[in-house]
Design a protein around this ligand. Structure first.
Ligand code: DQA
Length: 142
């Protein structure tokens, strides 16, 4: 089974971006880890990251067409993008919403709402990078 791991804005600087919140694992490390974890679970995993909302929407529309399961860390778009909400609504294969931190326990009010949750088969928050492994494990059982 193929799985897409899609990451939104500012996550390209993972490892260097606010390491006290997001840790020191880079996006390149994360890609390699997800591929390894996926291989161990019999999944073909592809990890992508973009700072461009339209590209993320194209990826999600393609995942809807192909019925591909998705692990989605939509980063800040999670909190306000109705286009993202509409894209998630179209998915038919399981969607896992993932955040490295726990947005609801952070001080900024805007992080307390997610447009993704309504369409997620599972929500994984605050688990750091291991959350991606947990998401892949969940999808491997679906
Ligand atoms: C995040 C949490 C979001 O609130 C934030 O905008 C991010 C990363 C996380 O992985 O913890 O960019 O999705």
């Amino acid at each position: 089974m193929k799985v897409l791991v899609l990451n939104g804005p500012n996550l390209g600087r993972l490892g260097r971006r606010q390491p006290e919140i997001y840790g020191t694992t880079t996006m390149a490390d994360l890609s390699r880890l997800c591929e390894e974890w996926g291989a161990g679970l019999g999944l073909e995993v592809e990890v992508r990251q973009t700072n461009h909302e339209g590209l993320m929407l194209d990826w999600l529309n393609q995942a809807a067409d192909d019925a591909t399961p998705v692990v989605l860390n939509a980063a800040a778009w999670t909190h306000y993008s109705y286009a993202l909400f509409d894209a998630c609504a179209q998915l038919t294969a399981p969607l896992v919403e993932l955040h490295i931190s726990d947005p609801k326990s952070r001080p900024e009010e805007f992080r307390h709402h997610s447009v993704v949750t309504a369409y997620a088969a599972k929500e994984i928050v605050g688990q750091g990078i291991d959350g991606y492994r947990q998401a892949l494990e969940f999808l491997s059982t679906q």
